[in-house]
Design a protein around this ligand. Structure first.
Ligand code: AMP
Length: 233
């Protein structure tokens, strides 16, 4: 499929539980439509690795599989969305994750700062990746990533050519700290309790599109591209 220009597509919100494929699909949308991926999980992990004030505040909460406070995350997202590379669109991956964050995002995008009069409006299209629970567990426990390029593999479904080594960088693949078995349950519980209401909020306001995330990754990507093209036709 030919690449699109970033002005074609506008903002995109990807919802779904941990392991639903938000990171993988966000990267594909980013590469195809040339809009940046704004992953709150990635930004938080970067801050933890760098030992910033935000990282120090978030580290223990993340290690327990709980959600970082709305105030900290919203401030971080606002800063990122004001970056010029987000002007013509972006993919929010892992945000909003609470009803308060969803309300905050609507208020932010309603602000003059985000121009709603242009053909590519500030309002995002919201997609939720629906995935069977057992499939989620396999995806999370099998997930490995490259610390150099960020590419995501899965030992069950998308293994690297050489076990434990990134195909592109040759780096040793790592398991995320919060993909450990004992942290998976709290993360899925946080999704059920705090993030499911976000999807309900978008559904009530007629803005939610469901995607069958159980399909192989390429088919999910094709579904997403179709939805985006229809939405902007
Ligand atoms: P993710 O990579 O999206 O699974 O996020 C990893 C962890 O970062 C989550 O388990 C939370 O601790 C934290 N996190 C990411 N996004 C958010 C958010 N929108 N609100 C609160 N905490 C978040």
């Amino acid at each position: 499929m030919a690449q699109k220009t970033s002005c074609d597509i506008g903002p995109v919100v990807l919802l779904g539980p941990p392991g639903a494929g938000k990171g993988t699909q966000s990267k594909r949308i980013m590469e195809h439509y040339l809009i940046p991926q704004v992953s709150t999980g990635d930004i938080l992990r970067y801050n933890v690795a760098q030992g910033t004030e935000l990282g120090m505040a978030a580290k223990a909460v993340m290690a327990r599989g709980e959600l970082v406070s709305d105030d900290l995350v919203c401030e971080m997202v606002k800063k990122r969305l004001c970056n010029p590379d987000c002007r013509r669109g972006y993919i929010l991956d892992g945000f909003p994750r609470t009803a308060a964050q969803a309300g905050w995002l609507d208020a932010l995008l309603d602000d003059k700062l985000f121009d709603n009069s242009r053909p590519t409006r500030a309002w995002p299209i919201v997609m939720r990746l629906d995935v069977d629970y057992n499939q989620l567990l396999l995806r999370i426990t099998g997930r490995r990533s490259c610390p150099t390029c960020g590419r995501i593999y899965n030992v069950h479904f998308q293994p690297p050519r050489v076990e434990g080594i990134c195909d592109l960088e040759g780096s040793r693949l790592v398991t995320r700290n919060d993909d450990r078995r004992e942290v998976i349950q709290p993360r899925l519980a946080a999704y059920e309790e705090q993030t499911r209401p976000v999807a309900d909020y978008y559904q009530r306001t007629g803005r939610l599109v469901s995607v069958d995330g159980d399909r192989p990754a390429d088919e999910v990507t094709a579904q997403i591209f179709r939805i985006l093209e229809d939405h902007h036709a």
